[in-house]
Design a protein. Structure first.
Length: 156
């Protein structure tokens, strides 16, 4: 019994720093990105990114990088959604499942979903989004993100 208590105590000491290792200031731009999309405030979402981000998404051409990447991605997203008849999109990012901060760089992986309407049905993609952030002028900015999700399924 004493050895079980000892193992539990050691485990708690080892896991406690990991549980508290999340940094709310690193995660804030990710939450604001979600809120901006859901409010339709694309200018606010764009402002959360560096001037030359890298974006990987599940719509063609799948990769955008450099100055103008955000606007190009947004245009391609709009065209793809219109062609597929998608409307009423809602983005969700959950609490990170991985987070690493080293100096002025951060890597965050968060569960995600995208819920939308298509042909009268509500559908949802779920997956993970990985973010790379960089601290610029005292503020965290999204340098890159990659959306990875399953094929959309009908929401009951």
């Amino acid at each position: 019994m004493k050895s079980l208590i000892m193992v539990a105590a050691i485990s708690a000491c080892l896991w406690a720093p990991l549980a508290s290792a999340r940094d709310a200031t690193v995660e804030a731009p990710i939450h604001r990105m979600m809120e901006g999309f859901n409010k339709g405030d694309i200018a606010a979402v764009k402002a959360l990114h560096v001037t030359a981000p890298t974006i990987v998404d599940d719509i063609a051409p799948f990769h955008w990088s450099g100055p103008g990447a955000f606007d190009s991605w947004l245009g391609d997203l709009g065209k793809a959604e219109a062609a597929e008849g998608k409307t009423d999109g809602v983005v969700w990012f959950g609490d990170p499942v991985a987070e690493s901060v080293v100096g002025d760089r951060a890597y965050v992986v968060a569960p995600c979903s995208y819920t939308f309407k298509q042909k009268g049905m509500t559908l949802r993609e779920t997956g993970l989004t990985s973010f790379v952030l960089v601290k610029q002028g005292g503020a965290w900015k999204i340098e890159s993100w990659t959306w990875g999700s399953s094929t959309a399924v009908m929401v009951p």
